[in-house]
Design a protein around this ligand. Sequence first.
Ligand code: ADP
Ligand code: MG
Length: 245
Amino acid sequence: MISLKNLTKVYGHGEQSLTVLDNLDVDVANGEILAIVGPSGAGKSTLAQCINLLERPTSGQVIVNGEDLAQLPERKLRVARRRIGTVFQSASLLSRRTAAENIALPLQYLGVTPAETKARVGELLERVGLSHRANHYPFELSGGQLQRVGIARALALRPAVLLSDEATSGLDPETTRSVVSLLRQLRDDLDLAVVFITHEMDTVLHVADSAARLENGRITEQGSLVDLLTDHDSALGRALQPHLS
Ligand code: ADP
Ligand code: MG
C-alpha cells in the first residue's frame, strides 16, 4: 500500500514561495482505487510528481510497502521508483517505436534479457487486450489503445502502485469506460494500489472505491464513495450525485 504523511511541496523561496501541497495525509490500500479530484491548479499534478518522486517533496513521507521513498538518496531513488508505475494524460509514447517496443523500454533500461523482455511484453500486451497491435506505431493506434499501451508500460516493472494523472481526460465517454474497466481488472488481478487523478466527476463514479478532494493544496474531504454519496454534509458527495445514472 501507499501512505502519504504530512506531504508538503513548496515551490520557490522567501516571498516568492508557493505552497502547492499543504500537509496531505492519504492512504491507499492494495486492491483499492482512490480518485483524487479537484479543480485546475489545485495541485493534482504536483501531487502525482511527488508520489512518483519526479519532484522531491519539501517535507513529509511517501511510504510504499513500509519504506519512505521521499528522503532516499538519489542513488537509491532510481530503484525505489520502480514500485510506482505512472500513466500520463497523453500516454507519452515514443512515436518511432511500436507498441511492443514502447512497453519494452523500461525493461531494456534495466538490462533484462531480450528473451525475458519479449515474454514479459507479450504478457503485458495480452493483459491490456492489445496482442493484435504489438507491431503498430502510435500514429496507428486510437486514443484508448494509446492509453492501454501507456498502462502496460507503467506495469512493466511490476509496481505496487499505479498512478494515473488525467489518463482518461480527452477520451470519449465510451473509451473512458473501457480504460476504466481495464484499470479495475488490473487492480483486482495484480492487487495494485491505484491513485487515479482526474477532474471528471462521472469518471470518479465509474472507477473509484474511494475519493479525496484536493483544493488549494489541501485535502478537504476523503472517504469511500458509498460514505460520500450518503453523507448529506459532504460537498464532494453532492458534486458526485448528479453523475449517478
Ligand atoms: P493541477 O494538476 O491540479 O491543475 P498543478 O499541480 O499542475 O495543478 O499546479 C498547482 C500549482 O502549482 C499551480 O499554481 C502551478 O502554477 C504551480 N506549479 C506547478 N508546477 C510548478 C513548478 N515546477 N514551479 C512552480 N510552480 C509550479
Ligand atoms: Mg494537472
